[in-house]
Design a protein around this ligand. Structure first.
Ligand SMILES: Nc1ncnc2c1ncn2[C@@H]1O[C@H](COP(=O)(O)OP(=O)(O)OP(=O)(O)O)[C@@H](O)[C@H]1O
Ligand SMILES: [Ca+2]
Length: 981
């Protein structure tokens, strides 16, 4: 044994340690094994010892000490087959853990609790979440805010100094504090929004981590959360499943798993079998075969747990957020430059004599420039994106859609092509056998059918054993409780009703020796089995009819006669399949071959030819309700929908017509293609045809990938849906990935940007409109914000240079700033998708953040505002005969009201429907109402704080009138652009 340890290539120290613990472990176990019979009665949880092996040390695990536990953990982690052999093999470990493949562990709460106490739970401590303070610091650090803060503090220091010299420093002090408050308010707002968003996405990530796993407890199958798995649990493994914890394979066929090294990229595929390599590591994915494993260590005792607990789940910034941050800091820097310029200009225009006068003036100038800077920075932009994201995420969660990747919202707006699966997405998730052909005779799918008992028996065996569904208790009278793939479920249900099949009985009589699991590549599944007391071996195949038919040389007739399948019959059968498929039915054929074993020769091979056709089933799979409408919506939105399916051309075409992807008048040869045909096109031909192709039938997973890549090369933004694990290569390449919550495998879900819990295509269409709404909201918001910034910029700059003073006080600037943010956030974050959005073509991904027409709109508005304000500032006293303070108030009031009106302008980028949908958006109406109310308060009541004077009714009317004119300006501007285009 020692020698063997040296040859395993482990580090010497560890090897010794393992060997040492192994010996201790064995000793512990044998020690307790001797003690067990006495302890059984006192043990507070009892597992019925129904095993015939009476000296099995069943409750030993509860006495396992730390050393023994560690040995188990390390044995699997290090995949030490030597150690496993020392322990007596997989079955023995299962026995020690009080479990076996048929019965599993007890599902009694106490037992489970006990196991959790001894071995731990299958959870990992979550990485600590970022605090509000953390977000605040990040917001402060990441923006121009810090410059603003520094300047304000500096200025504050100046004013204190000044105050000590003269008694008039009071108002300056007040202004500086306003500036500082502004900074903190904005930072707090940003941090709050980020905090909310991170909470939302944490919830989503938690929900998507919570995978359901199929386990055996008390001999029954349960679906439990991965977090509830305990050591000793027997877990069923299927293609696409994720290994939920570390463990050993108890029983399995052709099991292959894909392990990722340290959760990283390097993936290696490993064959797992009971005798040579039974080790299964949590986090690995099953890519072929099937089996049952026993869990030996959970949670933090596995590498996966360690990785997950240290995983960084910080929010990544979406590309849009990134570019907005850049834009903001660019504008911030420009603002700073202008502020410095204003400062210099003021300084040179006012050369004072004494130093103290000079200093006082300087502080004033600094303050004015800071005020300009404050208004100039569009800090609301990133904020709006964050809030919109959080809001959309929440809304989607309410609609049973989980967004795993934030950037998918943006991409969704520019999707031009959707490649969709058929089963479950376009069609319902249930199938039903509509007809069955035996030979050339058809039977309906509803009631008991009469066929020769021999054929019936073989058919039943094929149906029941060559099937991966999990069947609950089958009581007479009650309906079967079956979970699994829709196809197999339909077949089992049909067998039970129409053949009177008793699944349990069949499973008892036959022993399955080998399994070839179904996948989309093979499109068939097969088993090898042996019946009790029979020296023969049976091969059963089931799969797509055109795939099984060539494997058959004979066929059964209803009365039990076997017939040769020569040319004519074969053609007749092919015609049957075609007719069935043209009705939209999925055709599945069943083939069988029996090989009698001569003498002592053991024969264990899944025959691929010389089968006898048992029958062909046609499964109906109706379209989902609303799919046709959803597809029409996509068409209207200039989004192509392509259906990719494993079914044959006829079925695919029929279903495509039924759900509106094809209208039935197209030339089938041009719009429908088979996977193989598509694969064999030359590159040029593929590129030429791809746009017209609407349906791909009999596709393999790689054809799907080829199609996506081809589309992308043509400049399409491609969204795909995926449910199988074989879809994964495609999923990693597509621009947006939807995965199915019900039908999807874990592997597909992990690669998805968006998981749809209801699997339906109608949700995809709705999501597209959400994505477009998101992008248009952001665009509108940018337009609105920048208008304010530019107007404020121009106005303040000119006013400061001409009049040597800032026209607005800091408190007023603070309020304007807040007003803009509040209005913007509420007006644009909570907008619902409108029908208009889905009538436009998808957004161009290459298009700039601010399009030409946006620039035009916002510049026109900004210049209009600046012009009005400047007129008031320079000529106001003459035109309206106002005092200086009243003039200031009028300017402030007009500016604020301009923004209120401009919000409506920005809500419409193309059409002149300023008020459309407003009434529905209560939040927005409330925000407008609140802002207007506060503005009135600022002018009429809070005069001290806001440095304002009360205004007369005429003055109010003038302010409102001038502000309202911005609608006219916007309207004219849009009229012109509509005329141009
Ligand atoms: N469980 C199964 N056992 C044997 N054959 C099957 C099984 N399920 C499907 N098939 C056959 O394999 C073909 C491909 O099925 P698959 O489930 O891979 O389709 P798909 O690529 O997912 O497309 P779709 O979205 O239409 O389901 C089907 O047309 C059917 O003939
Ligand atoms: Ca601002």
């Amino acid at each position: 044994m020692i020698v063997k340890y040296f040859s395993t290539g482990q580090r010497p120290q560890r090897r010794w340690r393992t060997a040492f613990t192994a010996i201790r472990f064995l000793r512990t176990i044998s020690h307790f094994a001797n003690k067990v019979p006495k302890e059984t009665s006192v043990s507070h949880f009892a597992i019925d010892i129904s095993s015939n092996d009476h000296d099995t040390p069943y409750h030993v695990f509860s006495h396992l000490n730390d050393v023994a536990r560690k040995t188990l953990i390390n044995m699997v982690k290090e995949k030490s087959i030597e150690l496993l052999n020392e322990l007596g093999g997989v079955q023995r470990v299962a026995t020690i853990l009080g479990s076996n493949v048929k019965e599993g562990i007890s599902d009694c709460e106490n037992d489970l609790l006990h196991r959790r106490n001894v071995f731990g739970a299958n959870t990992y401590p979550k990485p600590p979440r970022r605090t509000f303070l953390g977000f605040s610091l990040a917001a402060l650090k990441g923006s121009t805010m810090i410059i603003l803060l520094v300047c304000a503090v500096l200025s504050l220091g100046f004013s204190f100094e000044q105050q000590s010299e003269s008694k008039h420093g009071y108002s300056r002090w007040y202004d500086d504090v306003s500036n500082i408050v502004a900074v903190f308010l904005v930072v707090a707002l940003c941090a709050g929004a980020n905090f909310w968003l991170s909470n939302e996405s944490r919830e989503v990530s938690y929900a998507s981590d919570d995978i359901k796993v199929q386990v055996v407890r008390n001999g029954r199958h349960f679906l439990v959360s991965i977090f509830d798995i305990v050591v000793g649990d027997v877990v069923s493994l299927r293609i696409g499943d994720k290994i939920p914890a570390n463990g050993l394979l108890l029983e399995g066929f052709c099991l292959q798993v894909e392990e990722s090294n340290n959760g990283g990229e390097l993936d290696n595929i490993i064959s797992v079998d009971v005798s040579r390599n039974p080790f299964l590591l949590s986090g690995a994915k099953v890519i072929d075969g099937l089996g049952f494993m026993i869990v030996t260590s959970v949670g933090m005792d596995t590498l996966w747990g360690e990785i997950m607990s240290s995983a960084n789940i910080d929010l990544e910034e979406t590309p849009l957020q990134e570019s907005l941050h850049k834009l903001t800091s660019c504008i911030g820097k420009a603002g700073l430059a202008v502020a410095m310029m204003i400062f210099m200009v003021l300084l040179f225009n006012n050369t004072q004599k004494s130093f103290s006068e000079m200093l006082r003036a300087m502080v004033g100038f600094l303050n004015s420039s800071m005020t300009v800077l404050n208004l100039a920075i569009p800090e609301g932009l990133p904020l709006a994106v964050t809030l919109t994201l959080a809001y959309s995420m929440k809304r989607m969660k309410d609609e049973n859609v989980m967004a795993r990747k934030l950037s998918s919202f943006e991409t969704m707006a520019s999707v031009t092509t959707i490649c969709s699966n058929k089963t479950g997405t376009l069609t319902l998730n249930q199938m039903k056998v509509a007809e069955l052909w035996i030979g050339e005779e058809a039977f309906g799918g509803g009631s008991l059918i009469e066929i020769e008992p021999g054929v019936s028996k073989l058919l039943k065996e094929g149906l029941a054993l060559n099937n991966t569904c999990i069947v609950g208790e089958q009581n007479a009278g009650s309906t079967l409780e079956i979970s699994g793939s829709p196809t197999e479920k339909a077949i089992l249900e049909w067998g039970a009703t129409c053949l009177g099949m008793d699944i349990k009985e069949i499973k008892q009589d036959c022993q399955v020796i080998d399994v070839k699991a179904f996948n989309s590549e093979r499109k068939r599944s097969g088993i090898l089995m042996r019946k009790a007391n029979e020296k023969a071996i049976h091969t059963h195949w089931k799969g797509g009819a055109e795939i099984i038919l060539p494997m058959c040389s004979y066929y059964y007739e209803r009365n039990g006669t076997v017939k040769d399948m020569n040319g004519e019959e074969r053609m007749e059968l092919e015609a049957i399949i075609e007719r069935m498929s043209a009705k939209g039915l999925r055709s599945i054929a069943f083939g069988h071959r029996k090989v009698v074993e001569q003498n002592d020769q053991v024969y264990e091979k899944l025959e691929q030819s010389g089968l006898t056709l048992l029958g062909i089933a046609g499964l109906e799979n109706p379209c989902r309700l609303g799919v046709k409408e959803a597809i029409n919506l996509c068409k209207e939105a200039k989004v192509n929908v392509k259906m990719i399916t494993g079914d044959n051309v006829y079925t695919a075409t029929a279903v495509a017509i039924e759900c509106g992807i094809l209208n039935g008048e197209e030339e089938t040869a041009k719009v429908v293609v088979e996977g193989e045909q598509f694969r064999n096109y030359s590159v040029e031909e593929r590129m030429k045809r791809i746009d017209r192709i609407r349906v791909m039938a009999r596709s393999s997973p790689l054809d799907k990938l080829l199609m996506v890549q081809c589309l992308q090369r043509k400049g399409h933004v491609v969204a795909v849906t995926g449910n199988g694990s074989s879809d994964v290569p495609t999923l990693t390449k597509a621009d947006v990935v939807f995965s199915m919550g019900i039908q999807g495998t874990v592997a597909a879900k992990e690669n998805a940007d968006i998981v749809m819990l209801d699997d339906s295509f109608t949700s995809i269409a709705r999501l597209l409109s959400w994505g477009r709404c998101f992008l248009s909201n952001i665009h509108n918001f940018i337009q609105f914000q920048l208008t304010v910034n530019i107007a404020a910029f121009v106005f303040n700059f000119i006013a400061a240079v001409y009049c040597s003073e800032a026209p607005l006080t800091a408190a007023q600037v603070l309020w304007l700033n807040l007003l803009v943010d509040i209005l913007g956030v509420f007006a644009f974050s909570t907008n619902q998708p409108t029908d208009d959005l889905m009538r436009n073509p998808p957004a161009d991904k290459q298009e700039l953040l601010i399009s030409y027409s946006m620039w035009k709109n916002l510049l026109v508005q900004a210049l209009y505002q600046a012009a009005i304000l400047l007129t008031l500032q320079l000529k106001g006293s003459i035109i309206f005969r106002m005092t200086k303070n009243v003039k200031k108030t009028v300017i402030f009031n007009t500016f604020a009201l301009c923004q209120v009106f401009n919000v409506f302008n920005a809500r419409v980028s193309e059409k002149n429907k300023r008020l459309e949908g407003i009434v529905k958006n209560k939040v927005f109406l409330m925000a407008i109402g609140g802002v207007v109310f506060l503005q009135v308060m600022m002018v009429e009541a809070l005069n001290k704080v806001a440095n304002t004077e009360k205004l007369s009714l005429t003055q109010w009317c003038a302010c409102i009138g001038v502000a309202a004119l911005s609608w006219l300006v916007g309207w004219v501007c849009q009229l012109k652009s509509n005329a141009c285009s």
